[in-house]
Structures are given as structure tokens and as C-alpha cells.
Design a protein around this ligand. Structure first.
Ligand SMILES: NC(=O)c1ccc[n+]([C@@H]2O[C@H](COP(=O)([O-])OP(=O)(O)OC[C@H]3O[C@@H](n4cnc5c(N)ncnc54)[C@H](O)[C@@H]3O)[C@@H](O)[C@H]2O)c1
Ligand SMILES: O=C(O)[C@H](O)COP(=O)(O)O
Length: 541
């Protein structure tokens, strides 16, 4: 039997727009999905303006590397919730624009690792033995054995820049060819290098020591032109270069000059700064061999990346979570399960505070104490911010864009963790600071009983964070509570529960009332005028 939620979902079609060729077998999870009402459209090879025209009502956009998902595309896509990249590199997607609009971007980082590593080794071998050049000559009817005397890989030094998924797989295979490997990656520790059987070096050390150099980093501001004329200058004469990662990591003009100057004996390129690259100066050089971005083009890799991204789309619409997020914290299923129960509480605490203050929030301090401090709390902070912004923020706020939107309006966000929760198993305390005010609220998750607000402005209370609440600040004087109750009764407002707290006898006090009705501004004014009442706020959670 379908749940109510499932029925609701089933009535609204989710349009999935596939803009690049994907494996039919890979998208099978989408095709056979029956609970979600998926409307799958495949329309590939579109120009930017054609894509912009077609994207208005699309919920999910699925691409490989051909389609550039620009800010214009994202802003034209009024319904877009998720962009799926069936592959690793997301440099063709404007991540900042996606994040700003609360659109989650997912990729498929593992599915093509093996294919890309195998392609790199194939390119290196082909480069060392002039296989494409010799094949071309032979196809032209010439049996030329003299021009194509190559070099062995055995005992040569392979320099690997970028020791992530693909770099490591290339290292394993190169060692199988009995090459020596020297590698650089900012995250490569000495222990890991030893475990992999590679020598750890700086970029310059790798460049100076290697007979072959292969790059396996993403294209980032720090990796653009990583291999440039200064680095070619420190390389061995006759070095060979391989790029199966991204065009631009190696400066193409400098590579051209280094080949012409015979500093570099040859280059094997699968990727270019601008693709398709059919008319590239590098392709005119006999020392250059190339493939048209084929690193991930195997039946296995294409099926695998499409399956991964399809499963993430389904997971997102069924559970609100994904396995491979690019623009929000990546968190394992197990870790997500630990913090998911706190999602609602964190959001309610944010919602509570935004209704207590009337001023712009400049600072958010969120402290996690007890059990919850042992978890990855970044998604919880995002939820608290979401709660804080959701009441009066024009843009649709979600976990993806919450932090970005808060920082854009100049909010300073601080997270703090401590394992001691003073009487609670877990405690989340949220403090906001405005130009003139500071407000705090704390909540806990009670085993089997759900969420509770347990402190407001430092006063101990016990309130279920749901429904209509009345928050009253008063001076602890006899009759204050009675007068509030009487006034509410006069306005026909029924009190469901009431919690009071005070700092000392006759000092400052708070009342937290759960009420059955929504109070009007006039009702609030009515209560606020009472003797010893300092402040009254209506809060809906
Ligand atoms: N040609 C293809 O078809 C093809 C296929 C798959 C992947 N790729 C590309 O290959 C690249 C690597 O993919 P991956 O899956 O191994 O990614 P990955 O994220 O697993 O690894 C990238 C590594 O680069 C390292 N890195 C980041 N900045 C660096 C820097 N300044 N210097 C040195 N290392 C740095 C990171 O620490 C990380 O270990 C990506 O650009 C990806 O898009 C291309
Ligand atoms: O980053 C990647 O995954 C590769 O470059 C593969 O790109 P593709 O999906 O366009 O083949």
C-alpha cells in the first residue's frame, strides 16, 4: 500500500532532463522507478540557448562534461532541484550559482576511476612506442620501422601529480610495469606514500625527477597552469607528458613551445582547455597523440556512473539525502543516520530565535554538547540557519544554500563542540547576536519522547517545539502568571501547557505557553500592557 506522502509524490511528475548521452543500462534505475512519477526526457547536443529554452520546468538536469551548466541555465530553471553529473569533474557546472539557488549538485566519483586509469596507462604506453603515429603511417601504406624507435617503461620514473582515486590507480599499474613512482598531492602523507610504494615529492621535485609526468587533479585555480614553462624548464630533456585529467592543468602554449624546442619528447592528451578540440595547434605536432576525452568512455564506466547518479536522484526525492553531494558536506549513510534525528530540533531552534528578535542577525553561535558533539554536525548547523532564515528570507532556503545565504548577508557563524552536556545526554544551544540584542535557546532530544526546548535565554523550561507558543518575559512578582492567563481567557485563547522559569525570587522570569489559537498583534499588545510584563512574543514552530 502506498503512503499518503508517496501518493502525493506520485501525483506530481518529476521531470528529469538528460542533456548528454548516457548509458541506457545505467539509467535503468530511473526508468523502472515506480513510486516516483518520473518524466524522463533525453535531448542531447543542445546549444546554450536551446537548453535555456527547454529547462524552465525541469526538476533534475543530468549531464556529462559536454553540457556547460552556466548561471544563465540555472536561473532559467525555475523548478530545478538537482543537477546530476554522470562522472567526476564538475568544472562544467557553475557550482556557486547552483548553491545560491539551493540546487544540490551530485556526481558519480567512483564509477569511471578504473577506466580513466587504464586510459592513462594506454596513452603512456602508446606515447612511449609511437603506436598511433606508426599505425597512421602503416595505414598510408608505408612500412617504416626506423622512425618509431620508442622507450621502455621499465625502470623509468613516473611522476604523478594528484594522488586521488585515479592517481593512485595509475600508480598501482605503473608499478606493475616496474616503473618507479614519485608523486605529489597536498594530502599525500609519508605513511600513505610508503604504503603505496611511491616516493613523495614536491611538484618541482616530481618535475625534475620524472621521465613521464601524468596529472590527475581537478581543474582548480591552484591547478590551472600547474605545468607551465618554468616547470618544463626544470624537467629532464626528453620528458613525456600525459594529461587525462583536465585541459588547462598543463599550459597548452607552453607545452607546444617545449615540444618544438625538443625539451619534451612527446605528449599524450585526452583533454583540452576548449572541447571539442579538432583544430588545435598541438594536434599539428607529430610528437602529440590524442583522444577526444575518452578516459571515461567504456561500457563499464558509463553504466556505473549513470547507475550511481540515477540512484542518487531517486534517493533525493525519496529521502531528501544523497550519497555523492558536491556542494554540501559529504557525509556517509551511517553518519547521516546519527544526526538525522536532530535535523528537526536544529531547525526549530533557528525558527524560534528569528521570531524572538526584530533585528538583523549578525552572529550565530551554535554549540553541540554531549552525544551530538561526537557527530559531523555541519548539516545540523545548516538546518539551524535554515530555520533562522526561513521566516523572512525571500529566497527559498534549504540545506544547500543556507550557509551561503547567511554568509552573504554578513552573518558570522561559529560552531562549538563539547562532550559535557550538563544534565542532558545531548544539547544544542543556539545563540544569535544582533546590533543590540543577544538571544539564546537550547534544545535536546529525549530518548523516545522527541525534541524539547529546555532553555530560553538561560531560563530552564520544558517545551515541545511545535505549534503556537507565547513567549513572555516578566518580573517574578505574585499575580503575573494569573493575570496573563486571565487576559488570554478574555480573548478566548486556550492555554494547552504552561512553563515558567526565573533566575531568582523576584528577579527576571519567563513564561512559555503553548496555546491552541494564533494570537493577533492586538492580543499581544493586550497582554504586554499588564503589570510586570516586559515583553510578549508569539512564536509558531
Ligand atoms: N579524461 C577523462 O575522461 C576523465 C575521467 C575521469 C576523471 N577525470 C578527471 O581526472 C581528475 C582526477 O579525478 P579523480 O577521480 O582522481 O579525482 P580525486 O578527487 O579523487 O583526486 C584528485 C586529487 O587531486 C589532488 N589535488 C588537488 N589540488 C592539487 C594540487 N594543487 N596539486 C596536486 N594535487 C592536487 C587532491 O588532493 C586529490 O587527491 C579530475 O580532473 C577528473 O575530472 C577525467
Ligand atoms: O570528469 C570526468 O568524469 C571525465 O572527464 C569524464 O567526462 P565524460 O563524462 O564527459 O566522459
Amino acid at each position: 500500500m502506498m503512503t499518503t506522502q508517496a501518493v502525493e509524490r506520485a501525483t506530481k511528475a518529476i521531470t528529469v532532463f538528460i542533456a548528454d548521452p548516457l548509458s541506457e543500462d545505467g539509467i535503468y534505475p530511473l526508468i523502472q522507478e515506480s513510486e516516483l512519477n518520473l518524466n524522463i526526457i533525453t535531448d542531447t547536443g543542445l546549444t546554450q540557448s536551446q537548453l535555456i529554452e527547454k529547462i524552465a520546468n525541469v526538476d533534475v538536469l543530468l549531464v556529462r562534461s559536454q553540457t556547460t551548466v552556466t548561471r544563465e541555465v540555472i536561473e532559467a530553471a525555475k523548478n530545478l532541484k538537482l543537477i546530476g553529473r554522470a562522472g567526476v569533474g564538475v568544472d562544467n557546472i557553475d557550482l556557486a550559482a547552483a548553491t545560491e539557488h539551493g540546487i544540490i549538485v551530485v556526481n558519480a566519483p567512483d564509477g569511471n576511476t578504473n577506466s580513466a586509469a587504464e586510459h592513462t596507462i594506454a596513452m603512456m604506453t602508446a606515447l612511449a612506442r609511437y603506436i598511433p603515429q606508426a599505425f597512421n603511417t602503416l595505414k598510408n601504406g608505408i612500412w617504416d620501422r626506423k622512425s618509431y624507435v620508442g622507450v621502455e617503461l621499465k625502470h623509468k620514473v613516473l611522476g604523478i601529480i594528484g594522488m586521488g582515486r585515479i592517481g593512485v590507480e595509475v600508480a598501482y599499474r605503473a608499478k606493475g610495469q616496474r616503473m618507479k613512482v614519485i608523486a605529489y598531492d597536498p594530502f599525500l602523507s609519508e605513511e600513505r606514500a610508503q604504503e603505496l610504494g611511491v616516493t613523495k615529492g614536491t611538484v618541482d621535485e616530481v618535475c625534475a625527477a620524472a621521465d613521464f609526468i601524468t596529472v590527475h587533479t581537478p581543474l582548480l585555480p591552484e591547478t590551472r597552469n600547474l605545468i607551465n614553462k618554468e616547470r618544463f624548464a626544470i624537467m629532464k630533456d626528453g620528458v613525456r607528458i600525459i594529461n587525462c585529467a583536465r585541459g588547462g592543468i598543463i599550459n597548452e602554449d607552453d607545452l607546444y613551445d617545449a615540444i618544438v624546442a625538443k625539451k619534451v619528447a612527446g605528449a599524450a592528451l585526452d583533454v583540452f582547455i576548449t572541447e571539442p578540440a579538432t583544430d588545435h595547434p598541438l594536434l599539428t605536432l607529430p610528437e602529440v597523440i590524442a583522444t577526444p576525452h575518452l578516459g571515461a568512455s567504456t561500457i563499464e564506466a558509463q553504466e556505473s556512473v549513470a547507475v550511481d547518479v540515477s540512484n542518487d536522484i531517486i534517493k533525493f526525492f525519496k529521502t531528501g539525502t544523497v550519497t555523492n553531494p558536491v556542494n554540501m558536506p559529504s557525509i556517509s549513510k551511517e553518519k547521516l543516520a546519527q544526526i538525522e534525528p536532530f535535523f528537526g530540533l536544529a531547525e526549530k531552534l533557528g525558527q524560534f530565535l528569528i521570531q524572538v528578535t526584530t533585528e538583523a542577525v549578525k552572529e550565530l553561535n551554535i554549540s553541540y554538547a554531549g552525544d551530538v558533539a561526537n557527530f559531523d554536525v555541519r548539516p545540523l548547523t545548516a538546518n539551524a540557519i535554515k530555520g533562522l532564515l526561513s521566516t523572512n528570507h525571500g529566497t527559498h532556503v534549504n540545506n544547500v544554500n543556507a550557509r551561503y545565504l547567511a554568509e552573504r548577508i554578513g552573518m558570522n557563524i561559529n560552531e562549538h563542540k563539547t562532550t559535557t552536556a550538563k544534565g542532558f545526554t545531548n544539547l544544542i544551544t543556539v545563540e544569535i547576536k544582533t546590533a543590540n540584542e543577544t538571544h539564546t535557546v537550547a534544545g535536546t532530544l529525549l530518548n523516545g519522547l522527541g525534541a524539547r526546548i529546555v532553555k530560553v535565554e538561560g531560563f530552564v523550561v520544558d517545551v515541545i517545539p511545535a505549534g503556537n507558543l507565547l513567549y513572555v518575559k516578566n518580573t517574578d512578582k505574585p499575580g503575573a502568571i494569573g493575570r496573563v492567563a486571565t487576559k488570554l481567557a478574555e480573548k478566548d485563547i486556550n492555554i494547552a501547557t504552561m512553563q515558567v522559569g526565573r533566575d531568582m525570587v523576584g528577579g527576571s522570569a519567563v513564561m512559555m505557553l503553548a496555546i491552541d489559537n494564533i494570537v493577533t498583534a492586538e492580543d499581544l499588545q493586550y497582554v504586554a500592557q499588564l503589570e510586570n510584563i516586559d515583553e510578549v512574543k508569539a512564536i509558531t514552530l
